[in-house]
Design a protein around this ligand. Sequence first.
Ligand SMILES: Nc1nc2c(c(=O)[nH]1)N[C@H]1C(S)=C(S)[C@@H](COP(=O)(O)OP(=O)(O)OC[C@H]3O[C@@H](n4cnc5c(=O)[nH]c(N)nc54)[C@H](O)[C@@H]3O)O[C@H]1N2
Ligand SMILES: Nc1nc2c(c(=O)[nH]1)N[C@H]1C(S)=C(S)[C@@H](COP(=O)(O)OP(=O)(O)OC[C@H]3O[C@@H](n4cnc5c(=O)[nH]c(N)nc54)[C@H](O)[C@@H]3O)O[C@H]1N2
Ligand SMILES: [Mo]
Length: 716
Amino acid sequence: MTNSLNDIRHAKSMIFIGSNATEAHPVSLQHILHAKEVNNAPIIVVDPRFTKLAAKSDEFVRIRPGSDCAFIMGLINEVIINGWEDKQFIKTRVSGYPEMKEVAAHYTPEVVEDITGIPAAQTRKVAKMLAMNRPTSLTWCMGGTQHHIGSSITRAFCILQLVLGNMGKSGGGTNIFRGHDNVQGATDMCVLSHSLPAYYGLSDGAWQHWCRVWDVDYDYIVSRFKDKEWMNANGFTLARWYEGVLQNDEITQYTPIKALFQWGIGLNSNSQFAKVKEAMDKLDLLVVVDPFPTATAAACESDNIYLLPSASQYETSGSVTSTSRQIQWRYKIVDPIGGCKDDYTIMQELVNRLGFADEFYKNIKEVPEDITREINKGALTIGYNGQSPERIKKHMENWHTFDIETLQAVGGPCDGEYYGMPWPCWTDEHPGTPILYDISKSVAEGGLPFRNRFGDVATYVMSGREEIQLAEKGVCNPGSEVEGGYPEFKDVVPGTNWKTDLSQETIKEAIGRGMAPFGNARARCVVWSFPDQIPIHREPLHSPRPDLIEKYPTYEDKPNHYRVFTKYKSEQNPELVKSFPYVLTTGRMVEHMGGGAETRSNKYLSELQPEMYAEINPRLGNNLGIRDGEMVWIESPEGGKIKVKAFFTERVDDKTIFMPFHFGGMLAGKSLAGNYPEGHAPYVVGESANVCTNYGYDIITQIQATKDGLCNVSRA
Ligand SMILES: Nc1nc2c(c(=O)[nH]1)N[C@H]1C(S)=C(S)[C@@H](COP(=O)(O)OP(=O)(O)OC[C@H]3O[C@@H](n4cnc5c(=O)[nH]c(N)nc54)[C@H](O)[C@@H]3O)O[C@H]1N2
Ligand SMILES: Nc1nc2c(c(=O)[nH]1)N[C@H]1C(S)=C(S)[C@@H](COP(=O)(O)OP(=O)(O)OC[C@H]3O[C@@H](n4cnc5c(=O)[nH]c(N)nc54)[C@H](O)[C@@H]3O)O[C@H]1N2
Ligand SMILES: [Mo]
């Protein structure tokens, strides 16, 4: 999120694409509705469903699942054709614009209508609404990402904001509402298979940096791997770990996966759940660390599973990062009950028994404060340096001194600082950065240019054109010693750069000279390392439109995509729609959370939403001879089959089925409630939507495509 939830109050228009904030982020609505009512800012909602957020909108755009990239490129084209682009912003702060413009030109409103189902006149209207009501706050959530081209779709959103000149401005920005309360923190710590914490990657330099932070010998780390090659190789992802067990698709690893730790996740959130279950049963060892047994406990039928009851957030403390990049301290309310242990203790006891404790706990004495201090020391790339436990706690104790509009403290002990010291917070004196890439303020006061990460000059493969990647002369933060673009800082301490200098002298030197440690560059429209250097539409793997598969085919198959052979072209079958004629999309409802282990174990929430269902348009239901409230079978091309209640609603059109994914504990019409440890079954069990979500993974991130598959529906 480049701005913050509060900053949306300053928007002059808002567009939500694949975000149902009313259900998934209800707290944000106070800011969204403030902008609507006080600034008269129109709300545009782009969603296949008429959601509760759509009910608050001025313009509802019904889109075919998986076609967002075409719509956004169409908006960009329409803005440019009408001369509404921010010419000064583009000239001074954007690179690869001519190449992008050429690609966008394909997406005329009529082409967009064919791909997305959005009337051409509506694309024109929305482009005009955005152009006439600047700045626009753009929010996307999972409706924009859970596709095989999710990474292209999200880049298109950013390019739209660049073209409109809405980046680095209060009321503008790309504001992706994050998932769990600390998922931004989890992402920043890179609880991922392709990077060490703080996005350092897996290169030798990255390992050496973290070894210095941990005070662990690099050769010792090397010795822990089978050989060095595996140290630098991406691991399996959560989306496809089970292939490492089953090996249905060829894997690139010397041995199959034999054990799995499932730490704070319910596996009914994995697509292709039938395969997940098969893999769980085949593992030698499965450990679930969770306050609840989760749907895993019910689904796993072999005797290989250990449940380690972890404490909840109320029974422990520590630093967490909010969707607005703010760091907060979470205080313990009660001691762990019922024999639970908090996650730190479980982790430490595990590390003790595995014999690494002497290496990794050298600097961790006071838990959890020293863990935050380790982050302060090492996570320099994103500016986690200044948020010490002491400063975070000081912010928590002085909530009342922060202004709701600016998030800045007015007087008191935190005077001038931004709430939670949103990263980057470069030093112990820095106030935090409330809006990324904002050149209206000095860097020391929370301003920033765009980051220089990809060299000073680039040659575009597509056009052969060479372009300087640094920002234009004269474009910089106030007080910058260099008046214009500059590269990142290095060799202030010889042999280091701003990301690896643990003395943090490099960062201090940059700030002292009024400059950003990471340089001052242009935002790129072209990503030369991606298969689509500029975002283009590609039909979902399982598409209802064979004619569009021919025009906009998917990628070639990708071997070793996070160690698993991943099918694209060989999976895209134009005949599939004949047997599976409806588009299946999935998502959330306000009463339940994720896999539902917590909320389905809550009496009151269970009473509010006691049953799994599928949203079906009444016209479709009537044509299929189904009545509202009857049970139906939903079937997927992979053989997934679930029995759920038909919920007739005009929210969806007559070609689309929507299901929430929060249920679990039933399989193919059969309850598995008896499999839970005694007294631990949740109040509500139900079929899992992920038995039916289709095959499909993003080409860069491997996120599962749970929003654009195909299915069939019949009366049960
Ligand atoms: N109550 C509650 N709140 C939650 C969660 C929860 O489980 N319950 N989960 C949290 C987490 S982890 C996350 S990541 C966030 C997610 O928050 P959201 O992404 O807002 O939630 P979803 O319901 O998954 O998806 C949002 C919308 O995308 C639409 N959609 C589906 N396909 C497409 C498409 O192809 N294009 C477009 N434009 N829209 C599409 C769906 O109809 C849905 O209305 O919510 C967080 N908040
Ligand atoms: N079909 C479909 N599938 C999806 C999605 C979709 O939109 N459609 N969305 C995807 C997305 S964005 C997400 S984020 C995932 C979410 O899927 P999950 O991550 O599986 O969902 P949660 O239920 O939020 O999982 C959190 C688990 O952590 C446990 N927990 C809570 N607090 C603690 C704690 O302090 N310590 C420990 N150890 N455990 C704790 C809870 O009891 C719960 O079992 O689902 C994904 N799957
Ligand atoms: Mo999420």
